[in-house]
Design a protein around this ligand. Structure first.
Ligand code: PAF
Length: 288
């Protein structure tokens, strides 16, 4: 497995592979990999086939963090990531630094961003106003550097996957976007690099995000009529906040295609939520 740090080297390699008809499967990550990422890499391996190339990028993208967020303490462990990438079947790790990705930022020599203006407005976009601009910009840049045929994203970041899918359509990137299922711990907690921040008392409480999705599913299943979204939201919020460390950021019911919020909840409605456990912000989602 090869580690590439320079943008120009990565682009040159990718161009050569594409010219020779080699399929490139791509998994963009911010590192500190877990079993969820491993499943994305394995999926990319299957897509690329045994003659293809699987590239995993590891880059903690400053542009998608707000000023008061966890950029400086975001967990990193390159040696462990390297092992996991190799075991999962990656061929290349692309691990650039900030100077490679945003040359001249702050000195006025970096000033171009990609902005999706519809799907990115609600939920994560409302709570983290510059987040999706950072995500779409870095993913567009990575696509131009790695030149993938297909890129795999996790369903845990459901809105991110939809925003990227829309960017790819709107800007005609020749990249197939694959969304792979969320991988969970045995108690239901969605795998996330940020779970590392949870202390021993917060960790069991964090399962409440998953429990609340199950609770909403049961409510929909047991009701013969559509449920009022506002009432259900209030009930679920109270359920979460029974955990002493938990504070709800948002609970949203919406149409998974349009991302428009719905007033009534039925089978097929999508739920997404964000909650703080202490200072750690976690997200999860599911179809009801
Ligand atoms: O999902 C992530 O880890 C990041 O948002 C991504 C897609 C790698 C862009 O930095």
């Amino acid at each position: 497995m090869r580690v590439v740090k320079s943008v120009s080297t990565m682009q040159r390699l990718a161009r050569n592979w594409r010219r020779r008809g080699v399929r490139i499967g791509f998994v963009p990550t911010m590192g500190y990999l877990h079993a969820g990422h491993v499943s994305l890499i394995q999926r990319a391996r299957r897509i690329a086939g045994k003659n293809g190339i699987v590239i995993v990028s590891i880059y903690v993208n400053p542009a998608q963090f707000g000023p008061a967020e966890d950029l400086s303490r975001y967990p990193r462990d390159f040696d462990r990531d390297w092992q996991l990438c190799r075991q999962a079947g990656a061929d290349v790790i692309f691990a650039p630094n900030d100077a490679q990705m945003y040359p001249g930022q702050g000195e006025g020599r970096y000033s171009t961003y990609v902005v999706e203006e519809r799907l990115s407005r609600s939920m994560e976009g409302q709570s983290r106003p510059t987040h999706f601009r950072g995500v779409t910009t870095i993913v567009a840049k990575l696509f131009n550097i790695v030149l993938p045929d297909a890129a795999v994203f996790g369903a845990k970041d459901f809105q991110q996957a939809a925003v990227i899918q829309r960017m790819v359509q709107d800007l005609n990137f020749p990249v197939k976007i694959v969304v792979a299922p969320t991988v969970r711990e045995t108690d239901g907690l969605a795998m996330s690099s940020r779970n590392k921040y949870l202390d021993a008392s917060q960790r069991p409480q964090a399962t409440v995000l998953w429990k609340v999705i199950q609770r909403a599913k049961a409510a929909v299943k047991n009701s013969s009529r559509p449920l009022a979204a506002e009432k259900l939201r209030r009930e679920l919020k109270a359920f979460i906040q029974r955990q002493p460390a938990a504070r709800v950021d948002y609970i949203q019911f919406f149409d998974a295609q349009t991302f428009e919020p719905v007033r009534t909840v039925t089978g097929g409605t999508h739920i997404a939520l964000a909650a703080f456990l202490g200072n750690t912000r976690l997200i999860d989602n599911g179809t009801l």
